[in-house]
Design a protein around this ligand. Structure first.
Ligand SMILES: Cc1ncc(COP(=O)(O)O)c(C=O)c1O
Length: 483
């Protein structure tokens, strides 16, 4: 993002959160230029951009003012979920598979997708690194680098932990086929069929699918849309259900976007250690933060080894390479055993390609650019949803990742909305996908990892109209498009 875009985004955020109100005067160009350490022409560019977006207007010889028509943003969800606290077997895969299957076409506007735009990744640079690594591959590596994985990649992952102040040796890391395999192996290492696992409410649907596959019971625990899982409710559930594990996300939770503060993370790890409950930490989004610093993982506070940290490169660098990892603390041996008996190893050229790319040192720059794009998308999507969705809609304000959680007015049926939207060429992720009790019927998760263009804006307008029970127009390109 250019400097004037950053300035414009900051002012737009102040308008949207109510700090600047309709009719307020913006700082003069001279003031803004001095306080932001940018040139007057940068300030002018920012003000022109805000004017073009209808957020401010110029009064001749007087300055720039917040427009009367500047859009007020929909408020954030502000109530923690209230699940019933019962343990239940999970039956979700059919619903999830049906919804995911319906949204695989490139013609669909991918608001329900779990992936950001593939064009946000340095695929050429990564491809070149992989080609060189594969060409130079020592044939013995195919034996050396079986589970737990390539030494050079594990060293790079350990270095990334170190940057965040977490001391994890390369020998405590197991490379996996994406975070999905890491999470599966961790759960399989500590649970057997019929056991109970605590999950957030709502939680990522793949977590529920893993529980279903392993024959585990889920207990959904109250979760705050900003601060994550409720620790009192969690402790009560531990005492009542004696779970074999707890699966959760403390950084930019999917789907809520919630982020837990460091003190609460420490308290959570202490709680798990006190009761001896393994914490399976799904941490795939923490590098996509929008504030100044990467939020720390639970692993930072893990003195007793109860945290099984899982992550991957799928969301930040290499979608499709299927490279993830886990650092499973005291369960290292059990997880390594699971890896050997399920997939044996992880693709060696992919591991070596990513290791070589990371060694070249341009990854931080790529991440900085990626975060700026996602942050800008977030603001544009929130603004559009606030404008198009019915009165009473609430939208999350995630400080990272690329999902918005949208609570529509009570009575809205997001599964019906999904069907109507699909007919118009738009995918969404309806709330019931994220709950073992098929709750959250009035909610949807919206992916903002794709550029906010005219097609996305039209799709959000169409959805908003449909959510308000109006007619719905097709967002599919005409049959001749692209021919
Ligand atoms: C919260 C969460 N965990 C795990 C995954 C899976 O990651 P991977 O693609 O590395 O298997 C995803 C992907 O959508 C996700 O959103």
């Amino acid at each position: 993002m250019k400097r004037y875009e950053v300035l414009a985004a900051d002012i737009a955020a102040s308008i949207q959160n109510g700090t600047l109100k309709a009719g307020d005067r913006l700082p003069s160009v001279r003031q803004a230029s001095a306080s932001r350490h940018v040139s007057p022409s940068t300030v002018f560019e920012a003000y022109y951009l805000l004017e073009a977006r209808g957020l401010v207007r110029a009064k001749p010889r007087s300055g720039y003012y917040v427009a009367q028509s500047a859009r007020a943003l929909a408020p954030e969800p502000d109530r923690a979920s209230r699940p019933d606290g019962e343990a239940r077997p999970v039956v979700i895969s059919e619903l999830v598979a049906g919804i995911l299957r319906s949204a695989t076409s490139r013609d669909v506007v991918p608001l329900g997708s779990a992936f950001p735009s593939p064009w946000l990744f340095p695929l050429k640079r990564l491809g070149r690194a992989t080609a060189v690594a594969a060409a130079e591959l020592d044939p013995w590596k195919t034996v050396d680098d079986l589970a737990p994985g390539s030494k050079s990649l594990r060293r790079q992952i350990a270095l990334r932990y170190l940057i965040d102040g977490v001391q994890i040796g390369a020998d405590q890391i197991i490379v996996t086929n994406g975070a999905t395999e890491a999470l599966n192996l961790c759960l399989a290492a500590v649970c057997k069929p019929g056991d109970t696992v605590l999950v957030e409410s709502p939680c990522f649907y793949a977590c529920l699918q893993v529980l279903e596959r392993l024959g585990l019971h889920a207990v959904e625990v109250a979760t705050d849309p900003r601060e994550g899982i409720d620790l009192d409710a969690l402790e009560a559930a531990i005492v009542r259900h004696r779970p074999k594990a707890c699966w959760l996300m403390t950084n930019f939770q999917n789907p809520l976007g919630s982020a837990m503060g460091a003190d609460k993370k420490k308290a959570l790890v202490e709680l798990a250690s006190r009761y001896g409950v393994p914490l399976v930490e799904d941490d795939v989004y923490s590098e996509l933060y929008f504030d100044n610093q990467r939020p720390v993982p639970l692993k930072t506070f893990d003195t007793d080894g109860w945290v099984m940290h899982c992550s991957s490169f799928s969301k930040t660098l290499a979608p499709g390479y299927r490279i993830g990892w886990t650092s499973p603390g005291r369960f290292l041996r059990e997880v390594a055993q699971q890896k050997l008996t399920t997939s044996l190893a992880t693709s060696i050229p992919s591991q070596l390609g990513i290791a070589r790319y990371l060694e070249r040192g341009s990854h931080e720059r790529h991440l900085r650019e990626l975060r700026l794009v996602l942050r800008k998308n977030r603001d544009q999507y929130i603004e559009a949803i606030s404008h198009f969705f019915p009165e009473g809609t609430r939208v999350s304000r995630p400080a990272g990742g690329y999902f918005l959680w949208v609570e529509m007015p009570d009575g809205t049926d997001s599964l019906a909305l999904h069907r109507t939207a699909m007919a118009a060429g738009i995918s969404i992720a309806p709330g019931p996908m994220f709950s073992a009790s098929v709750d959250f019927g009035n909610c949807v998760r919206i992916n903002f990892g794709h550029p906010f263009d005219a097609r996305v804006e039209a799709a959000l307008e169409t959805l908003g109209r449909a959510a308000g029970t109006g007619p719905i127009a097709s967002c599919r390109p005409p049959a001749s498009a692209g021919a």
